[in-house]
Design a protein around this ligand. Sequence first.
Ligand code: SF4
Length: 200
Amino acid sequence: MVEASKKEKLEEVAEEVRSCTCCRLCEERENPVVGGGSLDSPLVLVGEAPGRREDEQGKPFVGSAGKLLDQILKKVGIQRDEIFITNVVKCRPPGNRRPRAQEVEACSRHMAAILGIVAPKVIAPMGNSSTGYFMKRFGLRRSNISDVHGRPFPVETDWGSVVLFPLYHPAAVLYNRGLEAELLVDFQRLKGFVYGTSSN
Ligand code: SF4
Protein backbone atom coordinates (compact mmCIF):
# COMPACT_ATOMS: atom_id res chain seq x y z
CA MET A 1 0.00 0.00 0.00
CA VAL A 2 1.37 3.44 -0.93
CA GLU A 3 1.72 5.75 2.08
CA ALA A 4 -0.18 9.05 1.83
CA SER A 5 2.05 12.03 1.06
CA LYS A 6 2.57 14.77 3.63
CA LYS A 7 0.29 16.99 1.56
CA GLU A 8 -2.47 14.37 1.58
CA LYS A 9 -2.05 13.85 5.32
CA LEU A 10 -2.32 17.59 5.98
CA GLU A 11 -5.45 17.76 3.83
CA GLU A 12 -6.95 14.99 6.00
CA VAL A 13 -6.18 17.07 9.11
CA ALA A 14 -7.65 20.17 7.42
CA GLU A 15 -10.83 18.21 6.65
CA GLU A 16 -11.11 17.14 10.28
CA VAL A 17 -10.53 20.70 11.47
CA ARG A 18 -13.17 22.11 9.10
CA SER A 19 -15.79 19.80 10.60
CA CYS A 20 -14.46 19.94 14.18
CA THR A 21 -16.90 20.90 16.93
CA CYS A 22 -14.73 19.79 19.86
CA CYS A 23 -14.84 23.20 21.53
CA ARG A 24 -17.01 26.31 21.46
CA LEU A 25 -14.61 28.18 19.20
CA CYS A 26 -16.32 26.42 16.29
CA GLU A 27 -19.45 28.50 16.90
CA GLU A 28 -18.23 31.83 15.57
CA ARG A 29 -15.42 30.90 13.19
CA GLU A 30 -15.65 31.80 9.52
CA ASN A 31 -12.62 29.80 8.44
CA PRO A 32 -10.49 27.62 10.69
CA VAL A 33 -6.75 28.08 10.13
CA VAL A 34 -4.84 24.82 9.95
CA GLY A 35 -1.53 26.47 9.10
CA GLY A 36 0.65 26.93 6.08
CA GLY A 37 4.11 26.67 4.63
CA SER A 38 6.58 23.94 3.82
CA LEU A 39 5.72 20.45 5.07
CA ASP A 40 9.45 19.62 4.94
CA SER A 41 10.37 22.54 7.15
CA PRO A 42 12.92 22.04 9.95
CA LEU A 43 11.01 24.74 11.89
CA VAL A 44 7.37 25.06 13.01
CA LEU A 45 6.34 28.43 14.44
CA VAL A 46 3.26 28.16 16.67
CA GLY A 47 1.23 31.24 17.57
CA GLU A 48 -1.78 31.53 19.85
CA ALA A 49 -4.94 31.69 17.71
CA PRO A 50 -6.25 33.10 14.44
CA GLY A 51 -7.28 36.77 14.53
CA ARG A 52 -9.88 38.55 12.40
CA ARG A 53 -7.83 38.65 9.19
CA GLU A 54 -6.76 35.03 9.58
CA ASP A 55 -10.38 34.00 10.17
CA GLU A 56 -11.45 35.86 7.02
CA GLN A 57 -8.75 34.33 4.84
CA GLY A 58 -8.21 30.93 6.49
CA LYS A 59 -4.44 31.61 6.55
CA PRO A 60 -2.02 32.07 9.47
CA PHE A 61 -0.39 35.39 10.38
CA VAL A 62 -1.83 37.61 7.64
CA GLY A 63 -2.80 40.54 9.93
CA SER A 64 -0.64 43.21 11.54
CA ALA A 65 1.26 40.70 13.72
CA GLY A 66 1.88 38.67 10.57
CA LYS A 67 3.33 41.69 8.79
CA LEU A 68 5.72 42.24 11.69
CA LEU A 69 6.64 38.56 11.63
CA ASP A 70 7.37 38.85 7.89
CA GLN A 71 9.70 41.80 8.54
CA ILE A 72 11.60 39.92 11.24
CA LEU A 73 11.91 36.78 9.12
CA LYS A 74 13.28 38.91 6.28
CA LYS A 75 15.77 40.65 8.58
CA VAL A 76 17.20 37.35 9.82
CA GLY A 77 17.12 35.71 6.39
CA ILE A 78 14.45 33.05 6.94
CA GLN A 79 12.12 32.51 3.96
CA ARG A 80 8.51 32.33 5.14
CA ASP A 81 7.57 29.78 2.47
CA GLU A 82 10.36 27.47 3.67
CA ILE A 83 8.94 27.16 7.20
CA PHE A 84 5.57 26.04 8.59
CA ILE A 85 3.36 28.35 10.69
CA THR A 86 0.29 27.42 12.73
CA ASN A 87 -1.47 28.23 16.04
CA VAL A 88 -2.34 26.20 19.15
CA VAL A 89 -6.05 26.64 18.40
CA LYS A 90 -7.32 26.58 14.85
CA CYS A 91 -10.46 28.70 15.28
CA ARG A 92 -10.68 32.39 16.17
CA PRO A 93 -11.66 33.17 19.78
CA PRO A 94 -14.45 35.79 19.89
CA GLY A 95 -13.08 39.31 20.20
CA ASN A 96 -9.55 37.94 19.88
CA ARG A 97 -9.59 36.86 23.52
CA ARG A 98 -6.93 34.44 24.70
CA PRO A 99 -7.91 30.79 24.10
CA ARG A 100 -9.00 28.96 27.25
CA ALA A 101 -7.09 25.98 28.60
CA GLN A 102 -9.88 23.55 27.67
CA GLU A 103 -9.95 24.93 24.10
CA VAL A 104 -6.19 24.49 23.75
CA GLU A 105 -6.54 20.98 25.12
CA ALA A 106 -9.42 20.16 22.74
CA CYS A 107 -7.33 21.31 19.79
CA SER A 108 -4.18 19.48 20.86
CA ARG A 109 -4.94 16.42 18.70
CA HIS A 110 -4.84 18.61 15.58
CA MET A 111 -1.58 20.18 16.79
CA ALA A 112 -0.07 16.74 17.39
CA ALA A 113 -1.18 15.53 13.95
CA ILE A 114 0.38 18.54 12.19
CA LEU A 115 3.67 18.25 14.07
CA GLY A 116 3.78 14.53 13.31
CA ILE A 117 3.44 15.28 9.59
CA VAL A 118 6.06 18.05 9.41
CA ALA A 119 8.36 16.39 12.00
CA PRO A 120 10.47 19.54 12.52
CA LYS A 121 13.78 19.70 14.38
CA VAL A 122 12.77 22.96 16.07
CA ILE A 123 9.35 23.96 17.48
CA ALA A 124 9.12 27.66 18.31
CA PRO A 125 6.01 28.56 20.34
CA MET A 126 5.28 32.28 20.23
CA GLY A 127 3.71 33.90 23.29
CA ASN A 128 2.52 32.67 26.68
CA SER A 129 -0.39 30.43 25.59
CA SER A 130 1.62 28.51 23.04
CA THR A 131 4.72 28.29 25.22
CA GLY A 132 2.66 27.13 28.21
CA TYR A 133 1.03 24.42 26.12
CA PHE A 134 4.34 23.01 24.90
CA MET A 135 6.10 23.27 28.28
CA LYS A 136 3.28 21.20 29.79
CA ARG A 137 3.18 18.77 26.88
CA PHE A 138 6.90 18.04 27.22
CA GLY A 139 6.83 17.86 31.02
CA LEU A 140 8.80 21.09 31.54
CA ARG A 141 8.16 23.54 34.35
CA ARG A 142 5.66 26.09 33.12
CA SER A 143 7.25 29.53 33.06
CA ASN A 144 6.36 32.99 31.87
CA ILE A 145 7.51 33.81 28.35
CA SER A 146 9.65 36.68 29.69
CA ASP A 147 11.75 34.09 31.59
CA VAL A 148 12.17 31.50 28.84
CA HIS A 149 12.18 33.33 25.49
CA GLY A 150 15.29 32.78 23.40
CA ARG A 151 16.31 29.66 25.36
CA PRO A 152 16.53 26.19 23.81
CA PHE A 153 14.88 23.25 25.59
CA PRO A 154 15.84 19.81 24.23
CA VAL A 155 12.78 17.52 24.17
CA GLU A 156 11.98 14.05 22.85
CA THR A 157 9.18 13.45 20.36
CA ASP A 158 7.82 10.53 18.35
CA TRP A 159 10.08 11.56 15.46
CA GLY A 160 13.25 12.15 17.51
CA SER A 161 15.08 14.85 19.46
CA VAL A 162 13.71 18.33 18.97
CA VAL A 163 14.60 21.80 20.28
CA LEU A 164 11.73 23.75 21.84
CA PHE A 165 12.57 27.44 21.43
CA PRO A 166 10.03 29.90 22.97
CA LEU A 167 9.67 33.38 21.47
CA TYR A 168 7.67 36.48 22.26
CA HIS A 169 4.52 36.69 20.16
CA PRO A 170 4.88 39.35 17.42
CA ALA A 171 1.56 40.87 18.62
CA ALA A 172 3.24 41.61 21.97
CA VAL A 173 5.79 43.71 20.09
CA LEU A 174 2.97 45.73 18.52
CA TYR A 175 1.92 46.73 22.04
CA ASN A 176 5.44 47.10 23.41
CA ARG A 177 7.96 48.20 20.79
CA GLY A 178 10.71 47.78 23.37
CA LEU A 179 10.46 44.00 22.81
CA GLU A 180 11.31 44.21 19.11
CA ALA A 181 15.08 44.16 19.56
CA GLU A 182 14.82 41.12 21.87
CA LEU A 183 12.58 39.30 19.41
CA LEU A 184 15.05 39.98 16.62
CA VAL A 185 17.97 38.66 18.66
CA ASP A 186 15.91 35.56 19.56
CA PHE A 187 15.06 34.92 15.92
CA GLN A 188 18.73 35.21 14.95
CA ARG A 189 19.57 32.62 17.61
CA LEU A 190 16.65 30.46 16.50
CA LYS A 191 18.01 30.47 12.96
CA GLY A 192 21.23 28.96 14.27
CA PHE A 193 19.34 26.02 15.79
CA VAL A 194 17.19 25.53 12.70
CA TYR A 195 20.06 25.56 10.24
CA GLY A 196 22.59 23.81 12.45
CA THR A 197 25.03 26.57 13.45
CA SER A 198 24.17 26.52 17.19
CA SER A 199 24.28 23.81 19.81
CA ASN A 200 22.42 23.42 23.09
S1 SF4 B 1 -10.38 25.38 18.05
FE1 SF4 B 1 -9.69 23.32 17.52
S2 SF4 B 1 -10.84 21.96 18.91
FE2 SF4 B 1 -11.90 23.94 18.88
S3 SF4 B 1 -13.46 23.70 17.29
FE3 SF4 B 1 -11.64 24.66 16.34
S4 SF4 B 1 -10.51 22.92 15.48
FE4 SF4 B 1 -11.95 22.07 16.98
